[in-house]
Write a protein that binds this ligand. Sequence first.
Ligand SMILES: Nc1ncnc2c1ncn2[C@@H]1O[C@H](COP(=O)(O)OP(=O)(O)OP(=O)(O)O)[C@@H](O)[C@H]1O
Length: 294
Amino acid sequence: MSSRPHIRFIINPTSGPKNRVDVPARIEDLLDRKKFKYDVVFTKHAGHAPNLAREAADKGCEIVVAVGGDGTVNEVARGLVYSETALGILPRGSGNGLARHLKIPMGLDGALKVLNEGHVSTIDSGSINGNAFFTTAGIGFDAYISSVFAGNKKRGLQTYVELVMKEVLNYKHLPVKASINDHSFDTDCYVMAFANAAQYGNNAYIAPMADIQDGHLDVCLVRKLDLIKALHLSYCMLTKQLANADSAEYFKTNHVKVETDEPMMFHADGEFMGKASEFDVQMNPLSLKVVVPK
Ligand SMILES: Nc1ncnc2c1ncn2[C@@H]1O[C@H](COP(=O)(O)OP(=O)(O)OP(=O)(O)O)[C@@H](O)[C@H]1O
């Protein structure tokens, strides 16, 4: 039996741009097969990827590559946390938050080069009410957008931006009781974002200071939003700056609890998770191996 490390590619056939390239053919052409052996599997339905990833990890596969957007990355990574198997990413989504944070090239050829030449590092992950996330999770407006987006036939950046612009001033904050760093306080909550990586995707930085290996969550709390604050926040997110204290507050912590009278929506890595009136958000420091550029 060959001693070359094994790579499993898990392809979500529903993600990615319409002008689809033949991903298996690019892998066959560009993966260094003197260095690696590999297999390719396709997901058959949402929620299939964690099993495909776990099965590979259980067999001792060295690297499992998520071929898709952050939803696929989330599912593959969920199957790999605390295993010896490293996550690789061939970004095929519209946001690609984790890939961007890890400086993995957006193009297929560049991302395959990272697999050929990159090295393995270890990053933190988080969980919100037991649901793992690797880029960001949140309650409030961003979760509401993920719920509308999930029901939308059209995906992609343009649809997302149109949706945010349409809904941003209609969505109403709710009162919550938050506990961060053992300090409890009552506050309005338009959005509370929990960042492991610095950005949502598309270089929209919700927590510019987030370090994915520091064992901490970066929390961004927006209590209320009006037009001026919305413009200021958007500008700061797109220029990788912290917003001023009138618009957003930032905390570093490893545990957050939130209680609400009225159930609020929540998301993990942009995937809508449902509604709850109690939230428990935790960190799992250095819990996932990833292949990153040298
Ligand atoms: N075979 C499949 N059929 C239908 N849905 C799938 C399948 N495999 C995975 N999914 C689901 O597709 C959803 C979207 O995947 P993903 O986020 O990777 O792609 P995307 O929507 O193109 O990217 P982005 O979110 O960046 O726009 C995920 O929630 C995942 O569970």
